[in-house]
Write a protein that binds this ligand. Structure first.
Ligand code: IPD
Ligand code: CA
Ligand code: CA
Ligand code: CA
Length: 269
């Protein structure tokens, strides 16, 4: 059997097809969705639809590319031989999904030799599709748009004009610390948003719908695809104090305010 191509454009096409198939399954499951289990804490919930979505995505990706590796939030893990590894969040924003708040997404990223080269974030409720390939830019398409739109972030002039999105982990200690940082950040910026999906937060920053996003202790499936979208939209995508992205804080910020925001987050953390 011939080896399937591993260039970013091919990987992206496959990821988009699979994400659309998973989105149909997730949309179909919405009306009957209930919590089936809790994970790291009582507020860290999972539904049967999260698991079914991960199973579908895994079967389709590995069916098309049997030599690839894969890592998924709900337990899928496979070491491959091709150099390609998929990183999958089968529903990012499970709590929104449970409540029918229209901000939950399928997130699929493709790593080649350890670097994310293609990423897809598909908002199931709105049909908005965010895509990026390494070096190829980021764009959004949706049923409401005649053509895909290139993403280029925003350009706030100061921290006072910076709308910041963030999120919180599921463990109580984490939340206490994260809440304390937000309380001190709020008076220094335009406002704070908590959308409930890290993948969509990163895409919102890429689209200039917020000016920056930060969160502590994300997992690879939360950020792999969205961080590529933000990077390709021209944002500063990094950690604190010169550390790599998401170790342990993920920051994606408009270049015009990235310096002062990073300094402030460091002071408050
Ligand atoms: C969560 C969401 C949320 C973020 C949490 C994530 P899940 O993912 O992305 O916005 O604040 O840190 O764990 O559990 O809904 O896939
Ligand atoms: Ca989860
Ligand atoms: Ca997630
Ligand atoms: Ca999830």
């Amino acid at each position: 059997m011939s080896v399937p191509p591993a260039d970013p454009a091919h990987l992206l096409d496959l990821a988009v097809d699979v994400a659309q198939e998973a989105a149909a399954l997730v949309a179909e499951g919405r009306s009957t969705a209930v919590t089936v289990d809790v994970k790291s804490s009582p507020v860290d919930v999972v539904t049967a639809v999260d698991r079914a979505s991960e199973e579908l995505i895994t079967a389709r990706l590995l069916g098309a590319r049997p030599g690839d590796g894969l890592l998924g939030e709900e337990g899928a893990e496979r070491t491959g031989t091709s150099g390609v590894r998929w990183i999958v969040d089968p529903i990012d924003g499970t709590v929104n999904f449970l409540y029918d708040l229209p901000a939950y997404a399928i997130s699929i990223a493709a790593e080649v030799d350890g670097e994310v080269r293609a990423g897809v974030v598909l908002n199931v409720a709105t049909g908005e599709l965010f895509t990026a390939t390494a070096g190829g830019g980021a764009e959004v398409s949706s049923p409401a748009l005649a053509h895909p739109v290139r993403l280029t972030g925003s350009r706030p002039d100061s921290l006072e004009q910076t709308l910041v999105a963030t999120g919180f982990g599921y463990r109580v200690e984490q939340r206490r610390a994260q809440g304390a940082v937000v309380a001190r950040l709020l008076p220094r910026v335009r406002d704070i948003r908590r959308h409930g999906s890290a993948a969509l937060d990163l895409c919102a920053a890429a689209a200039g719908r917020v000016d920056a996003y930060y969160e502590l202790d994300l997992k690879p499936w939360d950020h792999a695809a969205g961080a590529l979208v933000a990077t390709e939209a021209g944002l500063v995508v990094t950690g604190l104090g010169g550390r790599p992205f998401a170790e342990p804080m993920a920051v994606a910020a408009a270049p015009s305010i990235a310096g002062p925001l990073l300094e402030l987050l460091e002071e408050l953390s």
